[in-house]
Ligand binder design. Structure first.
Ligand code: ZN
Ligand code: ZN
Length: 1041
């Protein structure tokens, strides 16, 4: 056919075709270029928003840092060391031979023993070692009773050879802190409690260093914390440390100690050392894993009983044997706090020499023993072994060890107390000099000392011709009173706070509250376009502030250190910059007080929650109060939804409000009571009050959750026909498989704990580890990468004209996009495009967060996910996307589930064992991170969900959506900032309160951790993930934000 056309026509035709093609290509290029421009613009805008929130994080970090510096004040550490040649009561040795002689016979006082075997049984509570006595007919012995009987048996049958005391620890009752106390003889500082994970070498004078300096050879076996603290003082070839942190391993450390300790006691080997230290960990680990009332504890204690019996056999009469606990444990087997069970350990001293007597003026009995402070072991051991008393020691010599078997060696008793007291005085003077303070000569303590000294001197000078017991005893009591009074004074002194630093911290935190309040609630219109202006002004203010502070730091000397002044200046300067920026947009400023009922309710919840911390009795009942707030919200939502004109909205609102209310009630059933809530509270989180093992029924609940939870989430997608695209694979398949694996993990764990299965323990452990690592990888690696690449949950439905009506007409959730000659194409899930995709992120995080909770905690997290979806629907039905109530309720939900996942604002309730879910040992930085994910998992899950308040059920082509998300995020952070600031300010205000370290300090620390974690998650993860969400939506519909 073509052949028949004329030549010219064919050419023209081809030309036209090329032109058309060119035009098409150009327009395509144009669109592509426009798209690229939009993308770059979006990314830049998004980046600025992230920077703005990074600034908020920096403000919070600076505020919390400054406050903490002033609040958890550390004691000044003196570097002086006691020396053999300079006794505390005078008498300097000049010649070398004298010194050698002194070392041989005892430095400041004649020694009693050449050698010592010191056995620490970690967490040996006093009541483990004494015979059980029934209080009434109904009470029965626990598993920990009558298992470790040797100590009390020998103390009763050979009172001159052995003596058993309740051994009172200073809180915090963590091993590292206790080892420091047991060797330096001084008081702990609160801030050190957190550093239990990585102990660093002690730079204060201590018993181990003194022993080493006087030429004693020290062998060490057991808990490797000792090696971190004193490693260089131990004989290298006689040291066998074992990893101390795997609290689920009951036997490795103990078997290791046993393997070496008995050979070392044999005649030939025992010449190689002078002091042998062994630290057993099995009792502590049995407590952490099972709680004290468990057969495993009974077995462990019986094993220790055998060990001590063998030790008694093995030692000679020149050797002192000491068995002690470093702290006790609470009824669940944990420790760290200051309850009676935690601070009351056992101390047992034994020698074949028969040196022990009775405390003067006290009818001694095994049934009513005298409690001894833990630091008292320091001067006691130093004097018994003939080494100088460590410089910083505040303890007293234990009288029973010096008064002689007939309890009449008064002179010796007075001597040791005088030597100890003189050292305490010497330390006190050096401390006053170091702090540039006056020595208080008229203090009560000084009065006791001076009185004792004058009596002593009179007696020595022969002023009392026939010195009798009465005279001696009065001197002894003066010296004792001096030591006790001095200890009391030091306790108060070191609880002193740096008010300047604390106020600076509070100031920065309060400033950040004002900024967030203005940014979140005080500006009309969008946030996106003004963020650039804010950042500019903040930058300028920050530079000016930092510079000013730096210069001021040189000119005037403030009470703050130079670094802290610079930090404060930077923070204040940047905040001033923000305030200046407001001048440029002043016509857009709104009043900050709430203008709607919901806004008022949100403000009321936030302020009331913050005010709880002003009272200890409200703080301890925080869990109940939070549930009350949530129930109030549920009822309010129920009432409000009934005023909607639309019938569907009314029905949905009522349904979701009711489900929300029921779930609040169900979640509140799981709880772990804190000590102060007793007896008005029943713990349900663990199988019983005396164990930390989960109840078997919680395992079946986990299986049930694996089946039900994905279906629940699916039903929320079905409502907008969004169960399309990646949704079914992510929710119906991956999430479900993950939850089943989670149930499998915890069932294996229970089997391992209860020894249900007869399969090899190692195989079971390896499988467990594999399953948990698989779940974590699913959530944190595959899930996150998958989220970045995931498409939107969008489906397409074709319908013909002849058929029934297109879904569009019945249901506003879909969008009809084209209609030609009789058929139409309908987009399913269009109306919730952003929300359904973003929820996938929350779900991927939920999986590992559920695994990292105990079984019942996992259930609580599942309920939380359901409640978050309820809240989103309630917000949508009642059109509350712009109100502050959504983010505040999410914040409350996160905090409420903190309690239902078995946590409390106390140190002992931290679930350390979480670190061993995916690993067998401590792995940095993952182990601390896992413990944080476990502790504040609920807050993290709600922080991830915050953008959904703005995105849920919103069509993608809507202006100002990103701004809306910013408002939600800022409101959410505002809530947490108010709570954390109040917790800090109240702890600072009530710093003299009796319950400071029991109630207010832990709550402040919780508030600080939650604030920082929430800040980071919401600003980096939630806000960061929005980038991919908007890009995925833009792929289909173009950029609109
Ligand atoms: Zn311990
Ligand atoms: Zn422990």
């Amino acid at each position: 056919m073509n052949n028949s056309l004329p030549e010219g026509l064919a050419a023209k035709f081809a030309e036209a075709k090329v032109r058309l093609h060119e035009k098409e290509r150009k327009s395509k290029q144009h669109i592509e270029r426009a798209n690229l421009r939009d993308e770059v613009q979006f990314k830049a805008t998004h980046g600025l928003l992230v920077v703005f929130f990074l600034w908020i994080i920096a403000l919070h970090a600076i505020g919390l840092f400054l406050f903490t510096r002033g609040f958890l004040l550390t004691r000044l550490v003196l570097e002086q060391q006691s020396q053999c040649e300079i006794s505390s009561i005078g008498g300097v040795v000049n010649s070398m031979t004298d010194l050698t002689l002194r070392r041989k016979h005892g430095c400041w006082h004649p020694k009693t023993f050449d050698k010592a075997v010191i056995v620490v049984i970690d967490a040996l509570r006093f009541d483990f070692t004494v015979p059980y006595e029934a209080r009434d007919n109904a009470s029965e012995p626990h598993y920990f009773h009558n298992a470790f009987t040797v100590l009390s048996e020998v103390a009763a049958s050979e009172p001159n050879n052995a003596i058993l005391f309740p051994f009172i620890a200073d809180p915090p009752t963590t091993t590292l802190q206790r080892l420091k106390g047991l060797t330096t003889g001084t008081l702990p500082t609160f801030i050190d409690a957190g550093s239990n994970f990585a102990g660093s070498e002690i730079d204060e004078d201590n018993l181990i260093a003194q022993l080493r300096r006087q030429g004693k050879r020290i062998a060490f076996l057991g808990d490797d914390t000792w090696v971190a603290l004193f490693g260089k003082h131990f004989e290298q070839n006689l040291t066998h440390p074992y990893d101390s942190l795997n609290v689920w391993d009951l036997h490795t450390v103990d078997n290791g100690v046993n393997e070496h300790i008995f050979p070392l006691l044999e005649q030939k080997e025992s010449k190689k050392w002078d002091v042998l230290i062994g630290h057993y960990l099995g009792v502590d680990h049995a407590g952490h894993r099972y709680g004290p009332d468990h057969p495993a504890m009974s077995n462990k204690l019986k094993q220790m009983d055998g060990v001590v019996r063998n030790l008694i056999e093995a030692i000679d009469s020149k050797t002192l044997l000491i068995v002690m606990g470093d702290h006790g444990m609470d009824p669940k087997g944990d420790h760290g706090g200051e309850s009676q069970g935690e601070i009351e350990a056992a101390l047992w001293m034994y020698s074949k020499k028969g040196i022990f007597g009775k405390y003067p003026g006290r009818a001694a009995s095994v049934a009513n023993p005298r409690p001894v402070a833990q630091i008292d072991i320091v001067p006691t051991l130093a004097l018994l072994l003939g080494v100088p008393i460590p410089y910083n020691n505040l303890g007293a010599p234990i009288a029973e060890a010096f008064v002689g078997p007939d309890s009449d060696n008064w002179e010796n008793l007075v001597q040791v107390n005088r030597i100890t007291g003189a050292q305490i005085r010497r330390y006190q003077q050096a401390y006053a000099v170091a702090r540039k303070e006056e020595v208080d000569g008229d203090s009560i303590a000084s009065t006791y000392w001076i009185r004792g000294e004058s009596k002593y001197n009179t007696l020595l000078a022969g002023g009392v011709p026939h010195a009798d017991a009465e005279h001696w005893s009065s001197i002894f009591h003066d010296f004792s009173a001096f030591q006790e009074e001095n200890l009391r004074v030091c306790r108060n002194l070191w609880a002193r706070f740096d008010l300047v630093s604390m106020s600076a911290g509070c100031l920065v935190l309060a400033g950040s509250i004002a900024i967030l309040a203005v940014y979140a609630r005080g500006i009309s219109g969008g946030r996106v376009e003004i963020t650039g202006l804010f950042l500019q002004c903040i930058g300028i203010g920050m530079s000016v502030g930092a510079l000013t502070a730096y210069v001021t730091g040189f000119v005037v000397s403030t009470k703050l250190s130079r670094t802290n002044t610079a930090l404060l200046g930077t923070a204040l300067g940047s905040m001033a910059g923000f305030a200046c920026a407001l001048v440029y947009i002043k016509w857009r400023l709104l009043p900050l007080w709430p203008t709607s009922v919901w806004g008022a309710l949100a403000a009321l919840f936030t302020v009331s929650h913050a005010l709880l911390f002003a009272s200890n009795s409200f703080t301890i009942w925080e869990d109940i109060v939070l549930n009350f707030f949530l129930a109030t919200f549920g009822i309010g939502a129920l009432v409000h939804s009934q005023r909607q004109s639309d019938l569907t909205a009314r029905a949905l609102g009522a349904y979701h409000s009711l489900v929300f209310l029921i779930l609040v009630r169900v979640a509140s059933l799981s709880k772990l009571c804190r000590e102060e809530q007793m007896p008005y509270c029943v713990s349900t989180f663990y199988a019983s009050a005396t164990t930390s093992v989960s109840a078997p029924y919680s395992l079946s609940l986990l299986l049930l959750m694996a089946i039900a939870l994905p279906s629940v989430i699916k039903s929320f997608y079905k409502g907008t026909k969004s169960y399309e695209g990646p949704a079914s694979f992510w929710i119906g398949f991956s999430f479900r498989i993950g939850l089943v694996l989670n149930a499998v993990y915890w069932i294996m764990d229970a089997a391992d704990n209860g020894e249900w299965l007869s399969i090899d323990e190692r195989l079971l452990k390896a499988t467990k580890m594999f399953v948990s690592q698989l779940i974590l990888a699913m959530g944190f690696v595959v899930g996150q990468v998958g989220f970045a690449w995931a498409q939107v949950c969008l489906g397409i439905e074709l319908s013909s004209k002849q058929g029934k009506k297109a879904p569009l007409e019945q249901n506003p959730t879909s969008k009809k996009i084209s209609s030609d000659s009789g058929g139409s194409v309908v987009l399913l899930g269009y109306s919730n495009l952003h929300g359904t995709r973003f929820l996938l992120l929350v779900i991927t995080w939920a999986l590992p967060l559920i695994l990292l909770q105990k079984p019942l905690g996992g259930i609580s997290m599942g309920i939380l996910l359901w409640q978050i979806l309820n809240v989103l629907e309630i917000i949508d039905c009642n059109e509350l996307n712009d109100s502050a109530i959504g983010p505040v309720v999410l914040g409350l939900l996160g905090n409420a589930h903190f309690f239902s996942t078995g946590h409390q604002a106390t140190l002992p309730s931290i679930q350390w064992e979480t670190a061993f879910i995916p690993f067998t040992t401590i792995v940095y930085p993952w182990s601390p991170l896992l413990i944080i994910l476990n502790s504040v998992g609920p807050q993290i899950l709600t922080a991830l969900s915050v953008p959904l308040i703005a995105l849920w059920k919103k069509q993608p082509k809507q202006c100002g959506m990103l701004s809306c998300v910013m408002v939600c995020i800022a409101t959410f952070i505002l809530y947490h900032t108010v709570v954390a600031t109040s917790a800090a300010a109240c702890a600072g205000w009530l710093r003299r309160h009796l319950m400071l370290h029991k109630i207010f300090s832990p709550r402040f620390m919780l508030g600080g951790v939650v604030l920082l974690v929430v800040d980071i998650v919401v600003s980096l993860v939630s806000l960061g993930a929005l980038r991919w969400n908007f890009m995925a939506v833009a792929e289909v519909f173009g950029y609109q934000y």
